[in-house]
Design a protein around this ligand. Structure first.
Ligand code: NA7
Length: 543
């Protein structure tokens, strides 16, 4: 399309991750005309961009997959308990091909503006190529982790060596052999990179500001018998996931930490450590609310670090302190702590020697310059809200999302916003994103939006908007739950603490995925009239 003449469809979908893929499929199957956009050159979202060595999902692959198609569940076979990025992308492309999704997407296309036309009751989207599209409904499937963040360190542009960002990793192979490599960032991403790059790099310098708690993933190949069993039981597995707090089959406990003896606690923690994955988080019910219980578990992990890391000084530096375990996203590793026993791997503690600047040759801290051939940035994202504040999303009366969220994100169910009729988010802020399986949330959200659209079509409504009262009531629920949560006690992207000048606040629903679904269901009662206001089509035509 070369003209600026608006093209009209029924639904515009922004984003080609799991949410955008399912939305595209679902609305097409409903007989709607759709146009979807994706900034990347292909589908997959996070898994399209994050091609860094060692990238791997930290939920079991069986859970981390679409549930809406029993055929695809039977046709696709996962090879490992925790799939690596290449297999995840293969799965995504398999689903896309199977459902013929690519033809609905315009790739390499960023949306630069989305604005609601109140008179005509349409969303008008502009692409960076200058095209204009409009539709009554717009779905922002833009993801909670799609805006990577560079570190706020002066001099980055001066670096003359190879510079790689984890979330914009090149498609061509990157070689580390014989090179002096630096990694900034020790969250989930940095940990995955370090344990992999450490295997081949000449020298590896790990620039650590806040150490993370990481636990053994204990990844295993999936045996054919196990896969067959899973394929027989997918319906039950999905049902259990939908009724769980995390949207997966991970065991959850109802047992409080102090209800069992110290010896029993130790046994339970040792078992969880041996089982791997996020089992530790499921050992007791109160680890995110009881600070004393949490500290016991934190100490358990600190002791494990001492058992693995041979140099006691390095071990001490790797031990996280000053914030509760699980308050930052718990990381899973295969050999992270072991990597620091290698002679070619060096921990640079940025508490001791903060980074001053990036130079032409490498990284200069307060104690000296580290010369590098390659610098890798694993410095996180403008999470949860970043995608919708990165460009103009303009609602009723010209108000932007940026203006609406200037003191913190406010939504209804992470799905809709007062002032933004017919605009929907999947896995949006104040929903359970980041705390539960993103694919289960995406499916729930798209289904919810689809149900609402069907209702609107049946009742002849042109637009739907959440009432200010319903949005406030939801925010009160989110805020009330967050009050007791230890998640507030760490500086994380969950709180927006990693982005300069971002309003601080926990914009996540901490009540669990199952409870979130109950709230979504409750909204439908009485034709949504307790929570949404509608404009009828006749009224629109009279305008
Ligand atoms: P995270 O978890 O936000 O981690 C980013 C890391 O980068 C973290 O260790 C930061 O240290 C570090 N960082 C950021 N800026 C700097 C500067 N200026 N200097 C030194 N270190 C810095 O992002 P990830 O990509 O690892 O993980 C995101 C999610 O992906 C994760 O939660 C999973 O859900 C999957 P800081 O903590 O700020 O001291």
């Amino acid at each position: 399309m070369t003209t600026n003449q608006p093209k009209r469809v029924d639904v515009l979908i922004v984003g080609g991750g799991f949410g955008g893929m399912y939305a595209t499929y679902k609305f097409r199957e409903m007989g709607l005309e759709i146009q979807s956009f994706e900034a990347g050159g292909g589908l997959g979202g996070v898994w399209y961009w994050n091609r860094y060595p060692g990238a791997r999902v930290d939920l079991p692959s069986i859970d981390y997959s679409f549930s809406f198609s029993p055929e695809i569940e039977q046709e696709w076979t996962w090879s490992e308990q925790f799939a690596a990025q290449p297999e995840l992308l293969e799965y995504i492309n398999f689903v896309a091909k199977r459902l013929d999704l690519n033809k609905h997407f315009q790739f390499n296309t960023r949306i630069t503006r989305a604005a609601w036309d109140e008179a005509r009751k349409v969303w008008v989207l502009k692409t960076e190529q200058g095209q204009v599209w409009e539709a009554p409904y717009c779905i922002m499937a833009t993801g909670p982790l799609s805006v990577p963040k560079d570190p706020e360190i002066p001099g980055l542009a001066r670096f003359k060596g190879e510079l790689h960002r984890a979330a914009r990793w090149p498609h061509e192979p990157v070689r580390f052999e014989g090179k002096r490599v630096g990694v900034i960032g020790t969250g989930s991403t940095g940990i995955q990179i370090v344990q992999e790059v450490g295997k081949t790099a000449g020298e590896l310098f790990v620039f650590q500001r806040t150490p993370s708690f990481t636990m053994p993933m204990r990844n295993v190949p999936l045996e054919p018998d196990y896969v067959a069993e899973v394929k027989r039981n997918y319906a039950g597995i999905r049902m259990a996931a939908r009724n769980s707090a995390v949207g997966g089959t991970r065991p959850q406990s109802t047992r409080g930490f102090f209800t069992v003896t110290p010896a029993q606690r130790q046994t339970l923690l040792e078992d969880a450590w041996k089982n791997g994955g996020l089992a530790m988080l499921g050992t007791f019910s109160d680890l995110l609310v009881n600070e004393e219980a949490n500290e016991h578990v934190a100490n358990f992990v600190r002791n494990k670090i001492s058992e693995v890391v041979k140099d006691p000084v390095t071990a001490e530096k790797l031990k996280p302190r000053g914030y509760p375990i699980f308050a930052r996203r718990p990381c899973l590793d295969t050999s992270y702590y072991e990597t620091f026993n290698q002679a070619n791997v060096h921990l640079v503690d940025l508490y001791e020697q903060p980074i001053v600047e990036i130079t032409e040759k490498g990284v200069r801290t307060e104690k000296g310059e580290f010369e590098l051939d390659m610098l890798i940035l694993a410095t996180g994202y403008d999470g949860l809200t970043g995608a919708l504040t990165a460009f103009d999303v303009v609602g009723r009366q010209g108000r932007t999302v940026n203006q609406k969220w200037k003191d913190g994100a406010s939504t209804y169910l992470g799905l809709m916003m007062e002032g933004f009729p017919n605009l929907f988010m999947t896995t949006g802020p104040t929903g359970p994103a980041a705390l539960a399986n993103i694919i289960r949330i995406s499916e729930n959200d798209v289904d919810w939006i689809a149900d609402l659209m069907v209702h609107m079509e049946k009742t002849g409504m042109a637009s739907a908007e959440v009432t200010p009262q319903a949005e406030k009531a939801w925010m009160d629920i989110v805020g009330g739950l967050a009050k007791n949560s230890l998640l507030l006690k760490a500086k994380t992207w969950y709180l927006g603490a990693n982005v300069k000048d971002k309003p601080l606040g926990l914009t996540l629903f901490t009540g669990g995925f199952h409870k979130y679904r109950e709230h979504c269901e409750a909204a439908k009662q009485d034709g949504y009239r307790k929570v949404l206001s509608f404009t009828a089509r006749q009224v629109q035509e009279a305008v």
